[in-house]
Design a protein around this ligand. Structure first.
Ligand SMILES: CC(C)(COP(=O)(O)OP(=O)(O)OC[C@H]1O[C@@H](n2cnc3c(N)ncnc32)[C@H](O)[C@@H]1OP(=O)(O)O)[C@@H](O)C(=O)NCCC(=O)NCCS
Length: 238
């Protein structure tokens, strides 16, 4: 199958370049500027629909949501690594961080790359959160060079929780990763997040590591818990 790469649209002075990934068979096609938007949409943006959710690439409009979710609507942070909450970061810095995040993901450098992150939308296309993958090492700690892959999820607006969106978004992301060559996935949370623990188990993850009493939240100690799942050909339920 022919694979296309799209390279830096804006910086080719009106010309997009696409070429085959196969080095021995590289073709370069120059496309006139008026075809750019269509090409960008067709090749760069990815959208996966499953039951009541959509997973899609980041869009410019997502910035407002990320600013809100990192400044005023931050309840979700009480559940996702709450020991990392730092209320001292000034508003302007949070906005800058949100801009950086959106810029990093808005058009994947290489649209053929396996996505590290998708935005979750409701079936009516409301942006409600994200799923992402990251590397962990053999001790289950985050590591840029780690060889294991963990996935995470957040749905900041409480109104969209408890309707199956989390389950379906995880199933869809897991299926996408399994289809793209991942054999084993991990997911991580802490022992105070009953909802996430329930969801991980419901998806078929099994606990594989527990670091006891290493987190303190509101004066109480909790464990870090890591779950593991091996390849399931059909995590998506028909
Ligand atoms: C965790 C999260 C992603 C789950 O998404 P969701 O859309 O709420 O999840 P779903 O509706 O698909 O499923 C939730 C399940 O948890 C169950 N649940 C809800 N509250 C629960 C609780 N306090 N204890 C145990 N299970 C609970 C629900 O009954 C449901 O299970 P069921 O389908 O068997 O009935 C979402 O709630 C969220 O983003 N929370 C805040 C941030 C967070 O915790 N992120 C994870 C960080 S590790």
């Amino acid at each position: 199958m022919m694979k296309w790469q799209v390279q830096t649209f804006a910086h080719y002075s009106g010309v997009a370049v696409k070429q085959t990934a196969a080095e021995d068979n590289a073709i370069t096609v120059k496309i006139p500027a008026e075809g750019l938007d269509e090409l960008k949409g067709a090749l760069a943006a990815m959208k996966l629909k499953y039951k009541n959710i959509i997973l899609r690439d980041m869009e410019e409009n997502d910035l407002d949501d990320y600013i809100r979710w990192n400044t005023t609507e931050t309840e979700w942070q009480n559940w996702d690594a709450p020991w990392e909450i730092d209320k001292s970061t000034p508003f302007t810095e949070q906005v800058a961080l949100a801009k950086k995040l959106v810029n990093n993901y808005i058009v994947p450098d290489d649209p053929d790359n396996i996505r590290k992150r998708f935005e979750i939308c409701s079936e009516k296309e409301t942006h409600i959160g994200w799923v992402s993958r990251y590397c962990i090492d053999e001790n289950y700690s985050w590591s840029r060079t780690g060889t294991n892959t963990a996935i995470g999820i957040d749905i900041p607006p409480p109104d969209f929780r408890g309707h199956g969106c989390g389950e379906n978004a995880m199933r869809c992301f897991m299926q996408y990763l399994f289809d793209n060559g991942f054999d084993i996935l991990y997911t991580q949370t802490w022992s105070g997040n009953d909802r996430m623990i329930h969801l991980a188990k419901k998806l078929g993850f099994r606990e594989c590591d527990r670091k006891t009493n290493i987190r303190i939240v509101n004066g109480k100690t909790y464990d870090d818990v890591t779950f593991k799942i091996g390849i399931l050909k059909n995590i998506i339920k028909e």
